[in-house]
Design a protein around this ligand. Structure first.
Ligand code: PLP
Length: 329
């Protein structure tokens, strides 16, 4: 990847003249089965640019109460776009019930914001990295179409979903009007995300990216890594899923910890500290001292993620460290 960055052919992307960025965007659009694509700096920017492109001020986006866009993107749709987030419950598998979505769509009444957009997340970070199926995506899109709404997909880890479900990524995107996916995270680029949609949508999104200060000049140094990521890092995600499963099985065998094993299908492993003699904070610190990073996401709730560079042997080392820490407590 560093070699590719070093050798990248560059130009000014604000003028559409960076050949490497143009190549990445063309490649991403083809891979996703959409007319056009545009690189952005991050998943957060990708989601915001898409939401701004779908909705005007005072309009409403319906999204899950556990979604990354609602919880962890600094309230950007309302802060920047004056767009009203309408949250409904995420189920443990990352879906929202169709009847809940339907009930959330506003009727035509001067008192209400206008419902414009439904946002989905696949895989769903907070919901155990669950993969939403093509069938579910289709059902939501059908409902949206009937009620005149658009669908945006936060597909930060969309390739993890495709690999876990054993489907072509296009099957998961076909029913969304727009998509944002990350070149970073599991695909291992140092920076960058891509949004995809119709040609008209991406042309308008380009304006919104500029508004946010997201037009970049010689952006090919980022795009070069993204091309490597798309070409070489997708198929190996299965290895991360296998490692996550081994980690989860080891955690299930560890006294003092609990985990819902049947929910672990991708590279994200959530588990709970249930020991009364130990705390999640102390476990995080003790593992960090041994070079193992895990995150506490809520009191007693922990998250570990597997990725490129973590081998099956590393998982064994992590489990040994985890067991020692729990046994000592
Ligand atoms: C589901 C999801 N969407 C969006 C993002 C935002 O990506 P970024 O950190 O590149 O802004 C993340 C980051 O973890 C995420 O998990």
């Amino acid at each position: 990847m560093r070699e590719a960055i070093f050798h990248a052919e560059l130009g000014d992307d604000v003028f559409g003249e960076d050949p490497t960025t143009n190549r990445l965007e063309k490649m991403a659009a083809e891979r996703m089965g959409k007319e056009a694509a545009m690189m952005v700096s991050s998943g957060t920017m990708g989601n915001l640019v898409c939401v701004l492109t779908h909705c005007k001020r005072g309009e409403e986006a319906i999204l899950g109460d556990q979604s990354h866009t609602f919880l962890y993107e600094a309230g950007s749709m309302s802060a920047v776009g004056g767009i009203h987030p309408h949250t409904i419950a995420n189920q443990p598998d990352g879906t929202m019930r169709l009847e809940d979505i339907e009930a959330a769509i506003r009727g035509s009444n001067v008192h209400f914001p206008r419902s414009r957009l439904i946002c989905l997340e696949n895989t769903h970070n907070r919901c155990n990295g669950s993969a939403l199926t093509p069938r579910y995506m289709e059902a939501v899109a059908k409902l949206a179409g009937e009620r005149g709404l658009h669908v945006h997909l936060d597909g930060a880890r969309i390739f993890n979903a495709a690999v876990a479900l054993g489907v072509d990524v296009k099957e998961l995107i076909r029913h969304a009007d727009s998509l944002s996916f990350c070149l970073s995270k599991g695909l291992s680029s140092p920076v960058g995300s891509v949004i995809c949609g119709s040609g008209e949508f991406i042309a308008e999104a380009r304006r919104n990216r500029k508004v946010l200060g997201g037009g970049m000049r010689q952006s090919g140094i980022i795009a070069a890594a993204g091309i490597e990521a798309l070409e070489h890092m997708v198929d190996r995600l299965a290895e991360d899923h296998e490692n996550a499963k081994c980690l989860a099985e080891g955690i299930a065998r560890t006294p003092g910890l609990s985990i819902e094993l049947n929910r672990i299908h991708t590279n994200i492993v959530y588990f709970n500290m249930v020991s009364e003699r130990f705390t999640a904070e102390k476990l995080v610190t003790q593992l960090a001292d041994r070079g193992i990073k895990i995150l506490q996401v809520a009191p007693g709730r922990l998250r570990a993620v597997t990725h490129y560079g973590i081998s099956a042997g590393d998982i064994n080392l992590a489990l040994a460290a985890l067991n020692e820490a729990m046994a000592r407590s």
